[in-house]
Design a protein around this ligand. Structure first.
Ligand SMILES: Cc1ncc(COP(=O)(O)O)c(C=O)c1O
Length: 445
């Protein structure tokens, strides 16, 4: 296929060389930001938004304009949820310290968090980000197996540390991943093989490839909803054969739950649950503190013990009392507001309405997902090739119509539909109706 692939940070990225027509104050602020943050500055949209506040599933810019948020999974239980805000503020006013004292808030949180995992996974290390969690998981896997190699999907993103960038092919602009990394295609049925059989076969090949390079398998690491690859959820259970193949080869399975975790996929708290597998290590981040920076690694005690025998590990901020208060409030809100069930029911309604839209628009190639994590592919109807330009057009037009959304996938042609879990069926209908109007207008143009 001749379509260009896209680096993850380039999806829906603002181009700082194109500020013609901007109001003078906005152009000046953008220029100042570029001057101070330099090449690492990333903003969204053809014209960036000056955001002021948010509540539930809505965000407001400085002019008071309201946007429906169909993008942000960090404030997962709803932007500025009053119970989470109150828990953070209360704890910050009581005790906010590093992690080397006994503290009842931290104890209550770790107990509640671990109660949400299969029995074997009974140790947790709290961190501050998803990247830190994956970095630690990789190091645990290497020490447990005595092997160096990792298998990841070809458009995966797992974070930003030096080690984790190596297993994030979608971040590597100018080179291929390091030799200790073997990439495989996103899950799909191919050559008469089911999704499950094909994915497992590609892992078998990757294990053989690592071996031929003289490198053993430490772990398969997968985002269990394959978000940056373009969102692949079905059929539920397809990770079973993959897990067996990895275990037979002496490797571990690391489930990166930074995106699917905390109820997003509906039907359970974790993405791996949909597949009926128990990973050896689970990593968490983003929605864990609903915006308070926190992450975590859950694993079996013997794996953590082996790691700690070899390497000291201390985290100043990971799992401090304020983080624990935030994390506890998030779990409580998910339970009290039935957000897993809501993700399932609103998500099913949303997916069905988008599939109906697909029937009316040949430029929608596929709609797939689980719960409130849905991918919608744009294609050129004549060739069926991914159409990133249409994805970009839709994203910017949706913004003009008061809806925030982003892209995903190897080609940047997939809409990543991933709103806060308090999203309603009416919100879903507003999105679907607006996208319908945009696509009709484009075809009429
Ligand atoms: C699947 C996945 N894992 C890990 C990370 C890294 O998390 P963080 O940005 O908190 O370090 C991300 C971030 O986008 C992610 O999507």
């Amino acid at each position: 296929m001749s379509v260009a692939t896209k680096e993850i940070l380039d999806l829906n990225r603002f181009d700082a060389t194109r500020t013609e027509g901007f109001p003078p104050e906005l152009a000046e602020r953008v220029a100042k930001r570029q001057a101070s943050l330099g090449a690492s500055s990333v903003l969204f949209y053809e014209q960036p938004i000056d955001m002021a506040s948010a509540k539930g599933a809505y965000m407001y810019d400085v002019s008071g304009r309201k946007y429906l948020d169909v993008y942000n999974n960090v404030p997962s239980v709803g932007h500025c949820h009053p119970r989470v805000v109150e828990a953070i503020a209360r704890q910050a006013g009581e005790l906010n310290i590093h992690t080397r004292y006994l503290n009842r808030v931290v104890e209550a949180y770790t107990e509640k968090l671990l109660s949400k995992f299969p029995e074997d996974l009974s140790n947790v290390v709290l961190t501050c980000t998803g990247s830190e969690s994956n970095d630690l998981a990789m190091r645990i896997a290497r020490i447990a197996t005595g092997a160096e190699g990792f298998i990841v999907t070809e458009a995966a993103y797992h974070g930003n540390t030096a080690l984790v960038t190596e297993i994030s092919p979608s971040s590597l602009r100018k080179r291929k991943p390091a030799p200790f990394v073997c990439t495989i295609a996103a899950p799909a049925a191919r050559d008469g093989m089911s999704v499950e059989a094909n994915f497992a076969a590609s892992i078998e090949q990757a294990i053989a490839e690592l071996k031929s390079r003289g490198i053993g398998l430490a772990a398969l690491i997968i985002d269990t909803i394959f978000s940056s690859d373009g969102i692949y959820a079905d059929p539920a259970g397809f990770l079973k054969a993959a897990t067996d193949v990895v275990h037979r080869a002496g490797g571990l399975v690391i489930a990166d739950e930074v995106q699917p975790g905390f109820g997003r996929t509906g039907g359970g708290l974790w993405g791996f649950e949909r597949h009926g597998v128990t990973p050896d290590i689970v990593t968490m981040g983003k929605p864990m503190g609903n915006g308070f920076p926190m992450g975590g690694v859950v694993t079996r005690p013997e794996l953590l013990k082996r790691f700690c025998e070899e390497t000291g590990y201390f985290n100043t901020f990971g799992g401090n009392p304020v983080a624990a208060a935030a994390g506890h409030a998030v779990l409580q809100v998910i339970e009290d507001e039935g957000l897993i069930e809501r993700s399932g029911t609103v998500g099913s309604h949303f997916k069905r309405s988008l599939q109906a839209l697909q029937a009316a628009h040949p430029e929608i190639g596929d709609v797939r997902g689980a719960g409130l994590f849905i991918g919608l592919d744009f294609i050129a109807p004549e060739t069926a090739e991914p159409d990133a330009a249409l994805a970009s057009h839709a994203i910017n037009q949706l913004k003009q119509n008061g809806i925030l959304i982003g892209a995903a996938g190897k080609y940047g042609a997939t809409l990543k539909i991933r709103p806060p879990l308090c999203f309603s069926s009416d919100d879903a209908d507003f999105f679907t109706g607006t996208l319908d109007t945009i696509l009709k207008a484009r075809r009429g143009a």
